[in-house]
Design a binder for this molecule. Structure first.
Ligand code: FES
Length: 139
């Protein structure tokens, strides 16, 4: 009888230890996979309209990644992910050419993110952008 209750006690201890061990593994995995604060894609970034003159681009962080707003010489305002769709380098704005150049493998994009040349397989991802009361809002 004493052996049986000892066996039950050891069984409960083993089950408790297993739960603690599982939690010790699961929690770091959850933290790794869960979005960090500000990476949910629901945030908004606001600039003054004067921050992006015609023919210029402004780079910023959006949803945990690099993004860019460009105002074309025709006055069109476009917000894009600045992450190249080839292997993920950050594109650069070529003011003289009025296009984006990826420094890694010379991929080129138009100001609206369309691929002109090079290895990128698809356009830069567009981001929602709005202008009101002298402010540009992305997101
Ligand atoms: S990573 Fe941009 S062209 Fe290769």
């Amino acid at each position: 009888m004493e052996n049986e209750s000892r066996r039950k006690f050891l069984g409960v201890c083993a089950a408790g230890a297993a739960v603690v061990a599982a939690g010790g593994v699961a929690y770091p995995v959850f933290r790794y996979l869960a979005p960090k604060a500000g990476e949910t894609g629901t945030e908004k970034v606001v600039f003054a309209e004067t921050d992006v003159p015609e023919g210029e681009a402004k780079f910023f962080q959006y949803a945990g990644s690099s993004a860019v707003v460009v105002r074309t010489k025709a006055g069109q305002l476009i917000a894009l992910s600045a992450v190249c769709t080839h292997l993920g380098c950050i594109v650069q704005w070529e003011k003289d050419q009025q296009d984006f150049l990826c420094p890694c493998h010379a991929g080129r994009y138009t100001p609206d993110g369309t691929v002109i040349s090079g290895p990128p397989p698809k356009p830069l991802a567009k981001l929602p952008v709005a202008v009101a009361e002298g402010k540009i809002t992305v997101g």
